[in-house]
Design a protein around this ligand. Structure first.
Ligand code: ZN
Length: 241
């Protein structure tokens, strides 16, 4: 690699970049639409822009393909995927509504390893003055929901959730006018119910949070008459005997 490209690479990455550095930078560009949806990726041009060789770029692109942010095209190339349509958003929220209220209930029932303190720390470290509120919310929301799922210690559920890449695909649709304060207030209600060891309140607070986030998404999306509405899952009061 020529010296000039090396210098550019260390300026962008603050040192010699690893595949993960390149992956995280490209993921951010895709989430922020600096690289637009359904755009063909030119590997050599990208490597030149980032001041790195083609190898870490190729490896990073493979990771992004695993996230469903890229698809392989002919000639061993890649293109960014489209953002979710209404059905895609509904499918993700239905999955989340099946798993996460249950996970919040389990987390609140866990007296030995209650994640309440960690969840409160996560909320308190949220930086409302961050350069990119989208990026800050993406990191915070991913860590918050993942911590609740992790506390169930159900590897099958944790893996199924992680393979759906809910946060990546939903935050790719984030808009600058997104009402993040409501999300943080709802996270606090969930964290408090978990810390207080109140499984029913934790389950209800999580369900309310997900239903509210879903409503905010569909408000800004083009309507599609073919998409059926979100399946209503009853509150814990109804299903609890
Ligand atoms: Zn959330």
């Amino acid at each position: 690699m020529p010296d000039k490209a090396n210098r550019l690479g260390s300026r962008i990455f603050g040192g010699r970049p690893s595949t993960i550095d390149v992956y995280e930078l490209l993921r951010r560009k895709i989430l922020e639409h600096t690289i637009a949806p359904a755009t063909k990726i030119n590997i050599m041009q990208l490597a030149k822009e980032l001041g790195v060789s083609a190898t870490p770029v190729r490896e990073a692109l493979r990771l992004l393909q695993g996230d469903n942010l890229l698809v392989a095209t002919s000639n061993k190339g890649y293109a960014t995927t489209e953002t979710l349509d209404l059905k895609g958003v509904r499918d993700l929220f239905e999955l989340r509504l099946l798993i996460e209220p249950w996970a919040a209930r389990i987390a609140a029932s866990n007296r030995l390893q209650n994640p309440g303190i960690d969840l409160a720390d996560e909320i308190n470290s949220f930086d409302a003055k961050a350069d990119s509120i989208q990026h800050e919310m993406f990191g915070h929301d991913t860590r918050f929901h993942t911590a609740i799922l992790a506390s169930t210690e159900n590897e099958t559920v944790i893996q199924a959730f992680s393979q759906a890449h809910c946060h990546l695909h939903l935050f790719r649709m984030f808009r600058d006018d997104w009402d993040w304060r409501t999300s943080i207030a709802q996270h606090k209600a969930i964290a408090d119910a978990i810390a207080n060891g109140d499984p029913a309140a934790a389950e209800d607070a999580m369900r309310e949070h997900l239903n509210s986030a879903y409503s905010r998404f569909i408000e800004v999306m083009p309507k599609d008459p073919k998409t059926r509405p979100l399946t209503k899952v009853g509150s814990s009061k109804l299903i609890r005997k």
